[in-house]
Design a protein around this ligand. Structure first.
Ligand code: SF4
Length: 381
């Protein structure tokens, strides 16, 4: 009796395993078939130049294609080779990146271009581990470059891949847990068609971005329907699972736009904080939104910089917001006229620039928007 039940268990187990193998095979087959008639056309598609693939992948991290496309074109035409990028001045690279956000990407891109030019003789590495070691390149970008440029068998895993795989296989392991990350990375690698890794990676990225989308997946015309766990159980809106909720801290920035005749004061942000290497204005950070002029005037920074000066606070902007991954910045801009020849006591590193030359400097988005729109909407005083 015991032996019979063991045999039955083994038999059932091997049927389940066989089904899983079939399900995986069908996934790859149907995905590639879907891609044969549904691929997205993008300027970097089919590109074999690793430098341009790298550029497009870094630009597209946390960025929509429509937003990233003009930046890709600008970088490609300004810096056609990795050497051109390496030799560009840092301020110029940051300025070209302005508005795209996540500025560490631009800093890392520039640093890695310098490394390739000086240490690798300008030749882009052609092995996964070397690519992965470039500054700012994570496993996803390394797999994309390795497979697209060099046909190496490394599967990409990004938000699209998590979504597609969690739905198709009905996996509710949180994608932000280390167990979940490991599980999805292994599964993605197993599903990869090693004969055509670049094509397969492009297929799963396109499928996630255009077909199995977050809110409205096209289940009714999906070639995966019969095998798809989320479709069969109507759980597509519950997958993938995330364990942590994103927490954003709020910070309140009061920027002093100090005008002295045709001059204005700016500084490169060097401290270990957001927006490193971008420019901004004298900043007074407060714990909450400042509604009254006196608060700024009483602040220690103001007293240090401006004591002895004669100023005219002309207007203050309405609060403007910029959301970063972990922070929400609420910025107000205080337009101040500095009378006489007084030079504010702001220490080292400050630049006095002619106002109309401001556009030569790269600013965080919230400042760039303010300067562009001249959003002086609210006169408080
Ligand atoms: S059936 Fe729906 S949920 Fe399943 S893979 Fe297709 S589009 Fe995604």
């Amino acid at each position: 009796m015991v032996n019979q039940s063991k045999t039955l268990q083994t038999f059932t187990g091997s049927i389940i395993m066989e089904k899983e193998i079939q399900k995986k095979k069908l996934f790859t087959k149907n995905l590639l078939k879907w891609h044969g008639t549904n691929h997205r056309s993008m300027p970097w598609k089919g590109e074999k130049n690793p430098y341009l693939i790298w550029l497009s992948e870094i630009i597209l991290q946390q960025t929509r294609v429509e937003q990233g496309l003009p930046y890709f074109e600008k970088f490609k035409s300004k810096y056609p080779t990795v050497r051109d990028l390496a030799h560009a001045p840092e301020d110029e690279v940051m300025k070209l990146w302005e508005g795209l956000g996540y500025y560490s990407r631009a800093r890392n891109l520039h640093a890695a271009a310098k490394f390739i030019t000086s240490d690798l003789n300008g030749i882009f590495p052609n092995e996964y581990d070397q690519i992965r070691n470039l500054k700012g390149v994570g496993p996803y970008t390394a797999a994309a470059i390795a497979s697209f440029a060099f046909n190496l068998p490394f599967a990409v895993v990004d938000g699209n891949v998590y979504r597609v795989l969690s739905r198709y296989f009905g996996i509710d392991e949180p994608i932000d847990s280390s167990a979940g990350k490991k599980l999805f990375a292994q599964l993605a690698q197993e599903l990869l068609d090693e004969k055509q890794p670049g094509n397969y990676n492009q297929a799963i990225m396109d499928f996630g971005a255009t077909h199995c989308t977050p809110a409205l997946p096209a289940c009714s015309k999906c070639p995966m329907q019969i095998e798809c766990s989320a479709f069969q159980n109507n759980t597509f809106d519950k997958l993938p699972v995330k364990s942590k909720k994103l927490k954003r801290t709020q910070r309140f920035f009061n920027y002093l736009i100090i005008n002295q005749k045709d001059k204005i004061f700016i500084k490169k942000r060097k401290e270990k904080d957001i927006w490193q290497n971008l420019y901004d204005f004298p900043l007074i950070e407060t714990g909450s939104l400042v509604e009254e002029q006196n608060f700024i005037l009483k602040h220690k920074n103001w007293q240090r910089w401006m004591s002895g000066s004669t100023v005219n606070i002309q207007r203050v902007s309405a609060p403007m917001k910029q959301d970063l991954t972990h922070q929400r910045i609420v910025a107000r801009f205080w337009e101040i006229e500095l009378l006489g020849e007084y030079i504010p006591e702001m220490g080292n590193g400050w630049l006095t620039v002619i106002r109309e030359n401001l556009e030569e400097y790269a600013f965080p988005k919230v400042i760039a928007v303010y300067l562009r729109q001249k959003l002086l909407t609210l006169e408080l005083f």
